[in-house]
Each structure stands twice: as structure tokens, then as C-alpha cells.
Design a protein around this ligand. Structure first.
Ligand code: PMP
Length: 435
């Protein structure tokens, strides 16, 4: 447009070339052109605490990643059909992070690709094209990963538009689902019954796919034993367990490197992304040699940039920094401290219904009534806007958009956690009194 040509309003120019589905945070967002650790810097000179960036566990502008990428770009970047050390070293390191028999790695570029490939591996290896998934989940935007995504937050028509090979069971939300508290133990037998019923119809599921720690609801742990029962049922009918670790994995939970460890299970196929590349596009599927070989008879795999020298070097650098900077330990320490601070807010503010999560994967759920759990959706939106004024970037999640998702870089320190909790305290106190 004319306005764009002479450097007109950047947000309008964005709107002119983006579809409306490609939204942005905030009605009037600050322009962010720099970041440092868990801080974001706007072009008008403000610093914001970043509470949403689970894609950058090491923090923004990490010097180790910057150096590794620059050095590798000066040397070589090509595809993984060439023979070089970094891709071997990275896949070995990744496989070593997973329990036996998960020893075979596919490198891709995103979480959507990882879930898509995970489903294709399962369907290819079993010859069973039906898939069982959880409702209210998000797994990606590609054909197969989108097909198993039913979160209304992302697509209001999600449930009505599933392809016929996708089947869903209730999301096992122990806070606001059909079964709450101790009753949440009922979700697993119900899911098992649905898996059995599908098999009885002559179309046993080739895969059961889910997050291993329930992300769309703000980091709610699945009920104890849930995945063990459901994985056993799907395997009984020849299917495979596909774990989406795109958000939960890589140390964010603190006590567990992988979400499936919390459930004490070992999946057949694990899909990883986000944190792996600290913002560089990196994803992976890790499975057994046998499943990968069976897929070879029916499917193809090659990714032009998956496992490139630059991506592999980034992957190695991120793993080194996670270890050297003890970021999983930091998630335990700072996440534990932050959770206590948030729980204290729940005692002072009736609108705080629950504090979910583990490590630095937390969720603050806002309700109008602790009995009915009526979601405080408008209040959550107001709170996020007020938090921006106070210098914090935090966003809502959940099908009712009434949960603050708290997934900061894992380098968050105690001072920043306190700043966040203090700002929240103030914003909660002022809720409904906006001038
Ligand atoms: N799975 C989960 C659980 C996710 O949260 C996401 C991204 N929000 C994806 C898959 C898709 O990942 P990507 O955006 O890298 O394609």
C-alpha cells in the first residue's frame, strides 16, 4: 500500500498481508525488537518480563547459541544426506535422553511436523488408520496434527470438523472436567472403554496421541495412572502410544525431564520440538528401531533442513546450556518458589480458583465462583492488559481463555518471579477498577 511504501503503520501493514487467523498478542502491542534472558525490550524503551516464551528455555539472545549458529553458518549448512559429525552427535545425545527401547531419531523443524510424523509412523507401522486423541488438545496445524487438535481456543469448530479417522475421549481435567478431584480416576476406564468399543467396531486405533502433561488447561497433571491404563488398552488392540512432549518435555516440569516420566510410562513414539532449538526451528520424533523399520515399508521421510549442520549444532548447544546452566534445577527452585507465591495470591484473591502445574510450567486459573467454576474470561483478558502496563507479558490459555499460562524462559530468576507475583497481586487488586 502507499502507506506501507513510506514506512506507515507497521501493525496495519501486518494486517494487510496476514490472514486474520494469524493473530498477534494485544490490541496495541509494544514493538519488540530485542530480548535478553527473560526480558523483552520495546522500541520505545520499556523492558517487559517474558512469562510466555517456552520456545526459548535458555532465554533470549543466548550468546552460546549465537556463536554456534554464526560459526556454523560460516562453515557449512546443508541437508542430512551429507555426512558430518554434528547430526550424529546430536541424535545420539537426544536418544540417550530417552529410555530403552526408544533409540531411533527423525529430525524435523517444528512440533506440528513432529506430531504429524509421529502419527504417520504409528499408522504406517500398525496398518491401523484410526487414531484416538484427547479433546481440548492442541498438537499442530499440519493435516494430521491439526486433525487431532480439538482445542476450541484455536478452532471454534474443531469438534464438528474432524476427519472420520479421528476419535476423541474426554480430556482428563481433574479441576474443571466432568470428573473432579478424586473422581478423576474415572477418566481412564472411560477412555479404555472407548478404545475397546472402537476395536469392537473393527477399526482398532493405530495410535493414542496426547500430551503427557495437560498443556491447554495451563499445565494440569493427568490423573495418576491415566497413561498407563490407556497405553495398555491401545497396545492390546495393536496400536501405539504417541506422546506429544512439545511443551511438557525438555526439563520445564522441573522434577521430570519428560512429562511421561511423571506418569511412569514409556511411550512408543515421542514427539519433541519448541525448547530443543531455543527458537531455532527444530523438532524430532524418537521411536524404536522396529517401528521405524516397519514404517519404511509404507512411508517416506526426508527433510531438507531437519538435522542440518546449523540445526544440529543449535540442538547440541541447547543441551549443553541446559546442563551447564542447570536450567531443569532452576525450574525446580524458581518454579517452586513462584508456585508458592501464586498459591498465596489464591488466599487473598477470590478470583484465583487454582494454581496448576510443576516447575516452570504453571497455570493460574481464574473463576467467578469457586463452587460453579464459572470461568472469569473477561477478567483474565483485563488482567493480561493490565500486566502489560505493569511490564509483564503474560497470556491466557484454555478453552475458556481463563487461565494465565506461565511458561517463561527457564533462566527466570527469583527476583523476576517475585516481580511477576507482585505485579499480579496489584493487577488482581485493581481488577474491575480500570480507569
Ligand atoms: N504440540 C503442542 C502440545 C504444542 O503446544 C504445539 C505448539 N503450540 C505444537 C504441538 C505444534 O508445534 P509448532 O508450533 O512448533 O508446530
Amino acid at each position: 500500500t502507499e502507506q506501507a511504501a513510506d514506512g506507515g503503520d507497521l501493525l496495519e501493514r501486518r494486517g494487510a498481508v496476514f490472514a486474520t487467523v494469524q493473530g498477534h498478542y494485544y490490541a496495541a502491542p509494544p514493538r519488540i525488537e530485542r530480548g535478553w534472558r527473560h526480558h523483552l525490550l520495546s522500541t520505545d524503551g520499556r523492558s517487559y518480563l517474558d512469562i510466555v516464551n517456552n520456545v526459548t528455555p535458555l532465554g533470549h539472545a543466548h550468546p552460546g547459541v549465537e556463536r554456534a549458529v554464526a560459526r556454523q553458518l560460516r562453515r557449512l549448512n546443508t541437508n542430512s544426506r551429507f555426512h558430518y559429525a554434528s547430526v550424529v552427535e546430536f541424535t545420539e545425545r537426544l536418544a540417550a535422553l530417552l529410555p530403552d527401547p526408544l533409540d531411533t531419531v527423525f529430525l524435523v523443524n517444528s512440533g506440528s511436523e513432529a506430531v504429524d510424523l509421529g502419527l504417520r509412523l504409528a499408522i504406517g507401522a500398525t496398518g491401523q488408520p484410526d487414531v484416538m486423541a484427547l479433546r481440548e488438545a492442541y498438537h499442530g496445524w499440519t493435516y494430521a496434527s491439526d486433525a487431532v487438535s480439538t482445542s476450541l481456543q484455536d478452532n471454534p469448530n474443531a469438534l464438528a470438523t474432524r476427519p472420520s479417522w479421528v476419535h476423541t475421549v474426554d480430556s482428563p481435567n481433574s479441576y474443571r472436567g466432568r470428573h473432579r478431584g478424586a473422581d478423576a480416576a474415572r477418566y481412564a476406564p472411560e477412555a479404555v472403554a472407548a478404545i475397546d468399543a472402537l476395536a469392537a467396531e473393527g477399526r482398532p486405533a493405530g495410535a493414542f496421541v496426547s500430551e503427557t502433561f495437560y498443556g491447554n488447561a495451563g499445565g494440569v497433571a493427568l490423573p495418576d495412572g491415566y497413561l498407563a491404563e490407556v497405553y495398555a488398552a491401545v497396545r492390546r488392540h495393536g496400536g501405539l502410544a504417541v506422546a506429544d512432549e512439545v511443551q511438557a518435555g525438555y526439563g520445564r516440569l522441573g522434577h521430570w525431564f519428560w512429562g511421561f516420566e511423571q506418569q511412569q510410562v514409556v511411550p512408543d513414539i515421542v514427539c519433541v520440538a519448541k525448547a530443543m532449538g531455543n527458537g531455532h526451528p527444530l523438532g524430532a520424533v524418537v521411536t524404536t528401531r522396529e517401528i521405524a523399520e516397519r514404517y519404511r515399508e509404507q512411508g517416506y521421510f526426508f527433510s531438507s533442513t531437519g538435522g542440518s549442520p546449523v540445526s544440529s549444532v543449535v540442538g547440541l548447544t541447547v543441551l549443553d546450556a541446559l546442563r551447564d546452566e542447570d536450567l531443569q534445577g532452576n525450574a525446580v527452585r524458581v518454579g517452586g518458589h513462584l508456585k508458592l507465591r501464586l498459591q498465596a495470591l489464591a488466599e487473598r484473591h477470590a478470583v484465583v480458583g487454582a494454581v496448576h502445574g510443576s516447575g516452570l510450567y504453571l497455570g493460574l486459573e481464574l473463576v467467578r465462583d469457586r463452587g460453579t467454576l464459572e470461568p472469569a474470561t473477561e477478567e483474565t483478558a483485563e488482567l493480561c492488559d493490565r500486566m502489560l502496563d505493569l511490564g509483564v507479558v503474560v497470556q491466557p490459555t484454555g478453552d475458556h481463555l481463563n487461565i494465565l499460562k506461565i511458561k517463561p524462559p527457564l533462566c527466570l530468576d527469583t527476583a523476576a518471579a517475585d516481580f511477576f507475583a507482585d505485579a499480579l497481586d496489584l493487577a488482581l487488586t485493581q481488577l474491575g477498577h480500570a480507569d
